[in-house]
Design a protein around this ligand. Sequence first.
Ligand code: C2E
Ligand code: MG
Ligand code: MG
Ligand code: MG
Length: 277
Amino acid sequence: YEAKSEGVSYRFFSEELTERARERIELGAELRQALAGEELALHFQPQVDLDSGRWIGLEALLRWPHPRRGPISPGRFIPVAERTGLMCQLGAWVLQRACRQYQTLLDAGQDWGRLAINITAPELADPTFVERVMRTLEETGLAAERLELEITESLLVNTDERIIERLDALRRHGVRVAVDDFGTGYSALSYLKDLPVDRLKIDRSFIDNVDQPSRGATITRAILALGQSLELEVIAEGIETEAQRRTLQEAGCLQGQGFFLARPAPLEQLRPPDPAP
Ligand code: C2E
Ligand code: MG
Ligand code: MG
Ligand code: MG
């Protein structure tokens, strides 16, 4: 059935869908090859103490410099990995590689605090996740206290009891848990105190207008107050200007991350700021 007046848009819509489905399948296959062929890379973005400017951590961010299509952003290929069953393998690669690279740096006498790694739903759903993380730490020599797992808020709220138990087990080993993109899911608020988390990352969308009277500024202050009363660390992500940095510092935010402070880069290209005189 194809109504005359709807024909054009119907056909257009279904062609677009097929196009997208095909692209996803293609991209999934290429991602599998890229992973096997070591075509993926990690960048690291410093996390900064806003008062001293000192680096207190690094977040590992996956990069795919596609030989034909050019760089593909993780915002595009991570969902593909999740839907094509590749996420656990990809996540394991990131964990291994990031821990090993950072431990090499520590061995060379550089210490930039913690290592933060993004974790997705399929990884947390894996019953062997805790074991895999602990084994990677053992193999790479990185201390559990160095590692922080970033998990988005929607994954923590109303989630499977077994996922909460896995995070609890990791925390008992010393691994920390941060809530990424905080404020964009269904904020857990009072329930937050029962969740196995150590740190909130205020989502970038609230930081955009934080230096002006705005909803973002109001929500940011509320999250800072919430963190303080629940005794959770709070870090602001996506700081792009000095005005945003100063506003956050004056509001009592101790930690930040963003292009204004330091851009993500390969580990060997990161240069920490000179120590304050
Ligand atoms: P995220 O974990 O919230 O990471 C922060 C993103 O914001 C990164 O984008 C980073 O490059 C970007 N960013 C940092 N500072 C600024 C800033 O000042 N302004 C703006 N506009 N952006 C800034 P990226 O690397 O494209 O990653 C996007 C998302 O993809 C990440 O969001 C994370 O959810 C996911 N991702 C990246 N790498 C990995 C990974 O290794 N594993 C998993 N599971 N997810 C990853
Ligand atoms: Mg993150
Ligand atoms: Mg984030
Ligand atoms: Mg984000």
